[in-house]
Design a protein around this ligand. Structure first.
Ligand code: IPE
Ligand code: IPE
Ligand code: MG
Length: 241
């Protein structure tokens, strides 16, 4: 499979879904699916960095995922800490900058600590901006931004007339991320599940039936090739683009 190196999406976001169903299919516990899923993350990050993707944003844990059984939630949190620890060396070697979006301050102490530590240690890197969405919900992100803006308007730090799209953007967790070009969701579900609402107005959506733990390098390139065949019009006519 040949991927053209031109017209590579600048920002790819991924809803990594299907760990539980993969485990079930294999007669394993759900947690085993999450563990296997980490290997897919590793491969994806490596490939994305090879072909010079600038921004890769991964949905790791949603604000809705707290509703899952307690032991699944706590194992997921442990896995996040363990993976960051284990991958730190590779992240640094590959000049990857780690970024996190979501209500990070409400996460368990050790997750918060590990995230902050990894972000700090990789802050000068520029090769690939790898953003982990954790305790992230698109609606929560926008609500949180609005609360801050309203407070600033009340205190006259911001004038009401100056509230525009750009200003709203600068109050989001994802303020430093450009709009998503390609959004990939695995496992056959065709929904957004509250991911990156403000950043996907013109994202090209790509759905695949592959379960996340089986998502390979080839599947990644398939998604990119599919993206490269699309015409992005942004409201214009075909003749104009
Ligand atoms: C995605 O896989 C991982 C997270 C949401 C953390 P799921 O755990 O949602 O897997 P399914 O959808 O149950 O198969
Ligand atoms: C979305 O997957 C969240 C993550 C991948 C972290 P879910 O499995 O939680 O989504 P729904 O509940 O099926 O929409
Ligand atoms: Mg799921």
């Amino acid at each position: 499979m040949t991927t053209q190196l031109k017209n590579i999406p600048n920002h790819i976001a991924v809803i990594m879904d299907g760990n539980g169903r993969w485990a079930k299919k294999k007669g394993k516990e759900r947690i085993q699916g999450h563990k296997k899923g980490i290997l897919s993350v590793r491969k994806l990050v490596e490939e994305a960095s090879k072909i010079n993707i600038s921004y890769l944003t991964l949905f790791a844990f949603s604000t809705e995922n707290w509703k899952r059984p307690k032991n699944e939630v706590s194992t997921l949190m442990d896995l996040i800490v363990l993976s960051l620890d284990k991958e730190l060396k590779t992240i640094i070697e590959n000049k990857i900058k780690l970024n996190a979006i979501g209500d990070i301050n409400s996460l368990p102490e050790e997750v918060k600590k590990k995230l902050k530590e990894t972000i700090e240690k990789t802050k000068k890197n520029r090769k690939l901006i790898l953003t982990i969405a954790i305790n992230y919900g698109g609606k929560e992100e926008i609500t949180n931004a609005l609360k801050t803006i309203i407070n600033k308007v009340k205190k006259n730090i911001i004038l009401k007339e100056n509230v525009d799209e750009e200003l709203i953007n600068t109050h989001l967790y994802s303020k430093n991320l450009p709009d998503v070009d390609l959004l990939i969701r695995t496992s056959g579900e065709k929904r957004i599940s509250n991911f990156l609402l403000w950043k996907i107005p013109y994202a090209e959506l790509y759905f695949t039936n592959i379960l996340w733990p089986e998502f390979s390098k080839n599947d990644f390139y398939k998604a990119i090739i599919n993206y490269q065949k699309r015409e992005r019009r942004f409201g214009k006519t075909s003749e104009q683009v």
